[in-house]
Ligand binder design. Sequence first.
Ligand SMILES: *Cc1c(COP(=O)(O)O)cnc(C)c1O
Length: 426
Amino acid sequence: MRWYSTRSDHSTTLSDALSEGLAPDGGLYVPDAWPAQDWPPEKPGAPATVGGRLLQPFFAGDRLGDDLGGILSDALNFPLPLASLAPNLDLLELYHGPTAAFKDVGARFLAAALTRLIPVDRDRPLTIVVATSGDTGGAVAAAFHRLPGFRVVVLFPNGQVSPRQAHQLSAWGDNVVSLAVEGTFDDCQRLAKAAFADPELSALHRFSSANSINVGRLLPQMIYYATSSLEIRVREGRPASYVIPTGNLGNALAAIWARRLGLPIDEIVLATNANQTIPDYLSTGQWAPRSSIATVANAMDVGDPSNMERLRHLVPEFELLRDSIAAHPVTDAQIVEEIRRVHGEFGRAICPHTATGTFVYEQLPKAKQGKPWVVVATAHPAKFETVVEPAIGETVPLPPALAEILALPARAIKVSPSLESVSKEL
Ligand SMILES: *Cc1c(COP(=O)(O)O)cnc(C)c1O
């Protein structure tokens, strides 16, 4: 299978799309076909098994063709379970990985793929530069930590991530450098791009990116939509609908791709925070990206969601695109109140991102709530305890993986938002 740029006829192999990240013309890679498969109406098996079947057509004929099984067993070494919240309502818990957010799935898959693709050169390691609004950087650092032949440089906005996120971004050492940029997430992203584009710096370092536009992050995310929708079809005899907390549209796009591949997925509804570029687009037809606004669901603070380019490429006609998904914004006050409500009603703590999802589910017309729904739980609430604990009036116990990271000393280097000060630390 070939991978095409969203912006031209340029195409390449899966391996090259994985190692390049972005197409040379600035476009995003998309597959040239959607091989439909028949999924028998029976219990789906473990995610690594389902993933092997689901992704096989994308790997067939590629240099990595024989490695898919190994990549999946390296990457998916934690559970991705459904947890019933109420009749017809499940949470899909994607936060049992090493950094307690769904980004672990994509980051670990990409790391497992790149270690098999790129020969180890200890003198000139591959430098993964990752700009993060909070969760991606930690997941990428954890996935590449101590992998021979790789370095990771994390750029995060100083003071604009949760205290535990900041710790998780800075606790690695060894081959991971953490830079606390005195600026916004947009500054971090600009600096990462500027480093790549700088001829002197790229001659000195071998750069690669691991942000959410890499197909190596999207492909494995389809797996948990496959396993959960197949499980629900066995249990309920009907396809599942999803509410997905959305920022850069990476997670939700994987659901849309999974539905395109024939998995039993009915409606896909996006929940955003006050960064409502996508809901506004669906109601006006005007694509108007803007600067991001800081919210309590900070991993979704994206004003210019990159993966929309892939969705518009998949569904070029606006009317069809509008019919294929829905999207609703949720304010900070609504998020905090929703965390309190869910805790009161179900005795469960949820993170602020997940709360946008349960809030949007709660607003659905009652007729729609009569079918099976899944709200995607994107992070563990203990990661956002400064928002969650005051809302529920209780402490949230730390999951063991997170406790381990928080026990390590953290060290980030403060840099001003200029390429000069960043390049000194590379
Ligand atoms: C990244 C992230 C999101 C948003 O996912 P996108 O793929 O950017 O849409 C939501 N919740 C959490 C906890 C995240 O880390």
